[in-house]
Design a protein around this ligand. Structure first.
Ligand code: FAD
Length: 423
């Protein structure tokens, strides 16, 4: 597969998340010159990040070195670098100080949490997207218990033992359930002065229900499971303020030392790089073949693309959407190179899952809805199956079995960055 000049076709993939990696793995088998650029050296399995944040898994269990995934592929170049801009005229990507020319470009740079105009909340209510976010949240949670153990003032101790999660989508629900279990079970007998079971875990949701994207029956099941774990729910109320001291909900102030943001995301700046039209979440508006209008040589996929489903509604930011889009782009490239055309992209939704602590989950497959232990087992199997790399699958399975049998968490490390934070 060559260009008019006889050179192999240069395909550049930006981002080795679910979308970019799926495309790159398939394209690597073609006789093309493939470059994969990522600002991280690892692919990250984000659906299990909350378990790193709550000391259930170690970072390496859910991350896989990108270079290792293409080991031995002489036609693939892996580049560690952050893309800053794209010149669609000269067909060049600028990553750090390097200019990388392309014939075909695949942009799959994902999304990051967004604070809806309240960026000043971020230091007080960090979100969960990268390994560093997860280890920073883990540090906050574990330090809160340590500092509460030595706190002499009752109000200060109460504030340290209050944990607030903002946003009750799957990430918020899973985080709140995991923090509750950490406090009620894993840490329960490890302190002398405090009883970690006294911790308050408060889950705040502006909408009326937890897991708003799930059917009401499963949302109600999730609510019951959270209440059984001792999570306090505040639904139908939006956070109006967030500071080092805690959060404000209308007239109410909740003093809390640990606040986690799980309430919204914004796409990467790909629309700006491409000078392309975007939706309110910053996602590049793409045609049914996942290219922005007027640029058949550029594909935008995954969380950074605003593509429509069969019903005309925008597709959600989910791993299966990203993976299917990655596979579609590779299929389209194969077809194009063979002189064929491909039908428009169609997303096939297999189902939605969310887990609430040990032994409970909800699963919506459309034709069947499950909750409880069976859904939880299914949730575990699906996550093990979709993890990248055999080592990670085994590591996560063993960690989960260990935690299930012993009620312990294996990754209770408080790690500090270069500057050790003060309590
Ligand atoms: C905490 C959390 C939990 C989730 N849980 C679920 C779940 O249970 N089920 C589900 O289906 N989905 C879940 N999701 C959503 C899912 O992870 C995303 O939809 C999916 O990761 C999108 O894939 P992507 O390839 O578009 O982006 P990503 O997977 O985010 O990958 C983007 C890649 O681009 C790289 N990148 C970004 N900017 C640049 C740049 N400027 N230069 C170079 N590289 C760059 C990043 O380093 C990253 O490797 C969750 C997300 C989060 C954050």
């Amino acid at each position: 597969m060559q260009t008019a000049t006889g050179q192999p076709l240069r395909i550049v993939v930006i981002g080795a998340g679910f979308a970019g990696l799926t495309a790159a793995k398939s394209l690597a088998r073609l006789p093309v010159a493939l470059t994969v650029i990522d600002q991280r050296n690892h692919h990250l399995f984000q659906p299990l990040l909350y378990q790193v944040a709550t000391a259930g898994l170690s970072p390496a269990d859910i991350a896989t070195p990108i270079r290792g995934l293409f080991s031995g592929r002489r036609n693939v170049r892996i580049m560690l670098g952050a893309v800053r801009s794209i010149d669609t005229g000269t067909r060049t990507v600028l990553a750090d100080d390097h200019q990388i020319p392309y014939d075909i470009l695949i942009v799959a740079t994902g999304a990051r949490h967004a604070y809806f105009g309240h960026d000043d909340w971020e230091p007080h209510a960090p979100g969960l997207k990268q390994i560093e976010d997860a280890t920073a949240i883990r540090r906050r949670i574990l330090l809160a218990f340590e500092h509460a153990e030595s706190a002499e003032d009752a109000d200060h101790r109460r504030r340290l033992l209050t944990f607030v999660v903002i946003g009750a989508g799957p990430t918020g629900v899973e985080l709140a359930g995991a923090i509750a279990e950490l406090a009620r079970v894993a840490l329960a007998k490890d302190f002398q002065t405090i009883d970690p079971r006294d911790a308050r875990i408060i889950l705040i949701e502006a909408g009326e229900h937890v897991l708003p994207a799930f059917p009401p029956s499963l949302s109600a099941k999730a609510k019951a499971a959270l209440l059984a774990l001792g999570v306090e729910l505040r639904t139908g109320v939006a956070v109006t303020g967030c500071s080092e001291q805690g959060v404000v909900l209308g007239d109410e102030f909740i003093a809390a030392a640990t606040v986690v943001w799980a309430a919204g995301v914004m796409a990467s700046p790909a629309a700006r790089w491409l000078g392309a039209a975007h939706d309110r979440a910053g996602r590049v508006i793409v045609e049914s073949d996942l290219t922005p209008p007027g640029h058949p040589e550029i594909f935008v996929i995954g969380d950074t693309a605003a593509a429509s489903g069969a019903d005309g509604r925008p597709l959600p930011g989910l791993a299966p959407v990203a993976k299917q889009q990655g596979a579609y782009v590779a299929q389209t490239m194969r077809a194009r190179l063979a002189g064929h055309s491909t039908p428009p992209f169609r997303y096939h939704h297999a189902g939605s899952l969310a887990t609430i602590g040990r032994g409970h989950a909800v699963a919506d497959f459309g034709w069947v809805r499950l909750s409880g232990r069976l859904a939880w087992l299914l949730w575990g199997l699906v996550h093990i199956a979709f993890l990248i790399g055999f080592r990670n699958r085994i590591a996560v399975l063993l960690d989960w079995l260990w935690a299930y049998v012993t009620f312990k968490r294996g990754a209770r490390l408080i790690t500090f960055g270069p500057a050790r934070p003060q309590g």
